[in-house]
Design a protein around this ligand. Sequence first.
Ligand code: GN1
Ligand code: MG
Length: 365
Amino acid sequence: MTQGDKLRQVCDLFLLPGEFLSYEEIKMGNVNRTYRVFYRLPDGTEKSYMLQAVNTYVFKNPEYVMENIEHVTEYIKDKKPGQVSLHFHHTQDRKNFVMDEDGFWRLFNYIPSVTFNACDDLSVVCSAGAAFGEFQMLLSDFDAARLHDTIPDFHNTKKRYEKLEMDIAADPCGLVAEVKEEIDWLMAVKEKACALTDLYEKGQLPLRVTHNDTKINNVLFDREDHQALAVIDLDTVMPGLVGHDFGDAIRFAANFVEEDSKDAERAGVNMEVFTAFADGFLCHTANSLTEKEIETLPLSCFVLAAELATRFLDDYILGSPYFKINYPEHNLVRARCQIALAKDMLKKEDQMLQAVVDRVKKYRA
Ligand code: GN1
Ligand code: MG
């Protein structure tokens, strides 16, 4: 069966009206596979949908992911009825997914929009910050007990280190010797990288409902005016710390280079982008965050960059079973880039704190 036939077969199970015309793969995200499928409706007009194959190596219980998404999208829709949002289609037996021998599939509406991977338009960055800040506030009274942990210990940095250490010891692909420098650096900063997890365990940081994967390309923007339309990729919405969302967004959006740049020497925090994101994010959250949460936002940027470096390096050592790669060293390149970024974050912690404190003052006034 060709890829097109497979996709058509899955789409049929979601009861789409009309005729399947074609598809294109959307190169987006490092774990799931995404396709845009084009249909001709019975009235002759064309319409497209998004079809995704959820990565079941990453999400061991994809049904839980879909349950979480259903709850969260319903909740947001009730609070903000006009909000553009993802609608998942159902099968004949009212499931919002199809599971077959080729995978776990879901289908949702295509939202005409643009996304950004890298962006130095500060108003776009600020509106991404506002979108994630608002997202968190909309869910501030959502009962976290209703959410499944779709990936347990997702941002437990200590556990990420433990796994890396275990896999270094096993060295299944014989790659450890060549990444000694990266391992040594990560181990040297382990205590600081685990500081957020420590503070949480000591009860000094509150658990909230967080997005946990706040890359700027997870915000859809209006094609014309570049206002944020919707936050997408709700696979990892789970209880978490505010720093997980803030830190992950900054390590992605405010880096001078792309996440997988081979030019790691150029990696570092663009303070203008940092400040623009912080401005948007804190506009919604400044009044609800505790002093400890605010004070640890710059630390959280370092933590998230270091944590992702351990994840990329670990995956490299294991032969890259988790993240999609385009070439064998892709995860090593990614790890090096996060390490270079994390080093720069250590140097800029004071500057980052000042920018955060200034914004908090502005919005609490
Ligand atoms: C993965 O697939 P994507 O791009 O949404 C990963 C994130 C990483 C990110 C790095 C479930 O996200 O945690 O930060 O790659 N998602 C999962 O680009 O592991
Ligand atoms: Mg994701």
